[in-house]
Design a protein around this ligand. Structure first.
Ligand code: ATR
Length: 277
């Protein structure tokens, strides 16, 4: 029988992960089934225990359960421990493993797909919620010269920065308020949920160096305002679709021990979403 995986979340109906993992499975000849699992907001642990007891091999976790997923597992990869959040669980016989491939997916998309090296660059991470937390460790591991975390709630950015002090790899790492977070960054990553609430991009366009890469972790309509903002101010806008495919590839590798090709899957996913507009 084919191995079973799910993406667990609430909401989960718009997740593109089933499409991505079906494409990876076809490409690598792996026999697996990957489905969406809508989990009640107050029932995450029970739902995941039932899933594992039913024979599933692992799952992805999406909003709002990444923190709970991390705490549920017996073991955690160092990057998940730094983020205190997991987007992947693997149900091993000797205990569950939690990992977080979001940040690695982001870095792979920036460096490989967008062809922007992070080493020595000035990077602004906007947002210190779950998405920002997952990104910070891998961004630092790519050795930027400077990394500033800007957030509406100062305490969250400060806590995130403190937690990563020992993982800064020599980068100048600090927290800053949204309205005073500096200017002229080479790479700006939007990890806020501001657009979901209809709010404007929460930082000044001065944060963008000419030709900067401006990446929003969102995709589809939720990313449109940010991409327009980037284009208006001379930056190279990029949505979160590449990050989504790259984090999935890293999860697939964790589960199946082989790394799929991401470029054709990203192209197919983009065509599929453009066609659905
Ligand atoms: P996620 O898992 O998507 O990161 P989250 O943990 O709820 O979700 O974090 C949401 C992020 O978006 C936070 O950084 C939040 O800022 P606060 O820490 O101050 O809440 C940010 N955010 C949400 N709405 C925002 C808005 N209107 N303007 C600026 N930042 C916003």
């Amino acid at each position: 029988m084919e191995d079973r995986y799910v993406v667990a979340g609430n909401p989960v109906e718009h997740s593109q992960s089933p499409f991505i993992h079906a494409a990876f499975a076809a490409q690598t000849g792996q026999a697996l089934r990957y489905e969406r699992l809508l989990v009640p907001l107050d029932g995450f642990a029970d739902a995941i225990r039932a899933l594992a007891a039913g024979g599933a091999k692992g799952c992805n976790i999406t909003t709002p359960f990444k923190g709970q997923a991390f705490h549920l597992a017996a073991r955690a990869a160092p990057r998940a421990a730094l983020a205190e959040a997991a987007n992947v669980l693997r149900f091993d016989a000797d205990g569950w493993l939690a990992d977080n491939t979001d940040g690695a997916g982001l870095v792979a998309d920036i460096e490989r797909n967008a062809d922007v090296g992070l080493a020595g660059r000035r990077v602004l991470l906007v947002g210190a919620g779950g998405a920002g937390a997952g990104a910070l460790g891998p961004l630092l591991a790519a050795r930027p010269a400077e990394l500033v975390v800007a957030n509406r709630t100062a305490a969250s950015a400060e806590a995130l920065v403190r937690r990563h002090a020992a993982a800064a790899h020599g980068a100048e790492l600090r927290a800053a308020p949204l309205d005073a977070c500096g200017s002229g960054y080479d790479v700006v990553v939007n990890a806020t949920a501001a657009s979901l609430q209809g709010a404007d991009v929460p930082v000044s366009p001065r944060v963008l160096a000419p030709g900067a890469l401006a990446l929003d972790m969102m995709y589809g309509p939720a990313a449109r305002g940010f991409l327009d903002w980037a284009a208006r101010h001379g930056a190279r806008g990029r949505d979160g679709l590449g990050m989504l495919v790259e984090q999935a590839a890293a999860a697939f590798e964790l589960w199946r021990g082989m790394r799929p090709e991401t470029a054709p899957v990203l192209a197919a996913l983009r065509a599929r979403l453009d066609g659905a507009r």
